[in-house]
Design a protein around this ligand. Structure first.
Ligand SMILES: *Cc1c(COP(=O)(O)O)cnc(C)c1O
Length: 390
């Protein structure tokens, strides 16, 4: 998912890049805490509960901070649920398009809420979920589209995510305690307001029987132009309409927005029709959304091609011809050994890296805004490559 214009420039300025080994993700704990405080203020003003969606950000060395402000996490797999239980604590929520019996047997030992994708899944797993006293929810699809990019639109035609109104009866919801929808991505609160209206229009008749409603993720709450007042109003009015029903929000991206950088080093430069620079990072292995989404990350001190005197195509360490981050221009020629700082790289990066080509994964570090100290929590090596193969 894309990163905002120059979000996180303050973080890059605060970090002494010269001391950072590369490649390395560095998350600023001050920026993370600011985001968490913003989310906590929404909880205070609405009585809603905000969970961290681990899919977007799972840097568990920061969870000591996260747990001061958020009630828990939501997971999209048994592994994420286990990470939530073991490293974060608090409430553990879970949703996946389908669970096998084996996965469910493990998940019920970890989760407080489990959201099923379909009436079939509820029938299959009902007994084992209820035997544990776990609160079960149904993901519904109100078919109201707010996301333009199909890759990120769960409400589009023929979506596999959530049950549509035409496929849901009151009997299907027997024993179900909550309704869950997730149809937003990087959206402001006006989109949430429309999504909530569509949800109520399609599924409002079921809400009085529910104990909670989950508005999913995709709320860009910590973005500077996000309309928090409207978010607070939408949640408060919803709760007022529905007998003060508990509301959950589960943002991933908003927790880590603008909090981290990826630092890399220029390994080589040469000419081939234009300036080429090889970096010790990779679009495909270290920031796959650059190719998948696609989007253009912001690099400190760099401009669009041609806007500064020296333009380079920045490429990665793999043999994939298209392992290119993009074309950027600089005030000075790039030198071997120069460090480049990619902004806003905390979310949907560490969770998506691969060991394709055996390229080493970036180290994972935090920056303390008070002491200025950078702590490397994890370095990766050969074993990380070998252990995912056999
Ligand atoms: C991806 C996802 C989230 C988090 O989305 P963000 O865009 O990172 O806020 C929350 N809930 C569900 C069900 C998701 O699939």
């Amino acid at each position: 998912m894309s990163k905002g214009a120059s979000l996180g420039e303050d973080v890059a300025r605060a970090i002494d890049i010269s001391t950072v080994e590369t490649p390395c993700f560095v998350t600023d704990l001050g920026a993370l805490e600011r985001n968490l405080q913003t989310l906590a203020s929404v909880q205070q003003r609405t009585g809603c509960t905000i969970l961290l969606a681990l899919k977007g950000f799972a840097q568990w060395s920061t969870f000591g901070l996260v747990k001061k402000y958020l009630a828990g996490a939501t997971s999209s797999s048994v592994a994420e649920a286990r990470l939530a239980r073991e490293e974060l604590g608090g409430q553990v929520h879970a949703y996946a398009p389908a669970y096998s019996d084996g996965e469910m047997a493990e998940l019920v030992t970890l989760a407080d809420h489990i959201v099923l994708n379909s009436p079939n899944q509820w029938r299959q797993h009902r007994k084992v979920i209820q035997a544990r006293g776990i609160s079960a929810g149904m993901r519904v699809n109100h078919e109201h589209q707010e996301v333009e990019v199909a890759l990120y639109d769960p409400a589009g035609a023929c979506s596999r995510l959530g049950t549509t109104r035409a496929n849901l009866t009151a009997a299907d919801l027997d024993g179900i305690e909550g309704l869950h929808f997730h149809t937003l991505c990087q959206t402001n609160s006006d989109a949430l307001e429309r999504a909530v209206a569509a949800f109520e229009q399609k599924f409002g008749d079921f809400i009085p029987k529910m104990k909670w409603v989950n508005f999913g993720g995709g709320h860009h709450i910590t973005r500077p132009d996000y309309d928090i007042e409207r978010l607070v109003r939408v949640i408060n009015e919803f709760r007022a309409r529905w007998n003060n029903i508990p509301v959950y929000l589960e943002p991933g991206e908003a927790v880590a927005l603008g909090t981290g950088v990826l630092v890399s080093t220029v390994m080589d430069t040469f000419e081939n029709g234009m300036g080429i620079a090889i970096l010790d990072t990779s679009a495909t292995a270290h920031m796959p959304d650059v190719l998948e989404m696609p989007y253009r990350p912001v690099i400190v001190g760099a401009g669009d091609p041609g806007s500064k005197p020296h333009t380079y195509r920045l490429g990665g360490m793999t043999c994939l011809a298209g392992d290119v981050i993009g074309d950027y221009s600089f005030d000075r020629p790039l030198q071997i050994g120069d460090k480049l700082v990619f902004l806003d790289m905390a979310h949907y990066t560490m969770v998506k890296t691969t060991t394709f080509n055996g390229v080493r994964l970036p180290s994972i570090a935090t920056h303390d805004p008070v002491t200025k100290q950078i702590t490397v929590h994890k370095r990766f090596g050969y074993r990380d490559y070998r252990d995912r193969l056999s």
